[in-house]
Write a protein that binds this ligand. Sequence first.
Ligand SMILES: [Zn+2]
Length: 208
Amino acid sequence: MAQNMIIRAPLKRYEKKLKRFSRALNRKVHKSKNWFKQKDRVARLHYRIACLRNDAHHKATTDIVNRASAIGTETLKVTNMLKNKKLAKALSDSALGGFLEKLKAKAEARGIPITEADVFFASSKTCSSCGHKKKDLTLSERTYHCSQCDISIDRDVNAAINLRNVVVGQTETQNACGVQIRPNTVQERARETEAGKVVWKQLKLFPI
Ligand SMILES: [Zn+2]
């Protein structure tokens, strides 16, 4: 059974504060006493955000490996996503790389397999109930409405269920283009990333 869990990035809470602090820093005379003071404040806030993020990652990954018998992740093409300003911010805030590193280490320590769906797997566009594929799903559509079976489901939950189906049953082994979905290990994927391929993993992680 899937227990869906959406992990929130921490920076949002502190975004306004950080903006205010940074603006104040810009108004101070460069290298003046007050400038250094403000610079300290900005640095402390950055550190606080980093700690919160790290803590959230540890809590979430521990929770996942405590409940999961298998873990599925999905690759994202980050180069295209970075062109979208809002998405770019959300991506850097969630710091997926660090999150998956922790998850991978904890899963490996417990012998939990990690499966990764291919980058072309249409997890968001596919209906998790009947398998119908939507061609024109925009990012602003946060709820998935299926025209075939008439269900309404949270967009991310829908994608996570599709991903689970790949991990559990390997039922869908081909995507819309007929390309084989290749479940490979995180280690393999990491090597590809090192080789210069910009791939990131999906936010949608779920215990099963
Ligand atoms: Zn459907």
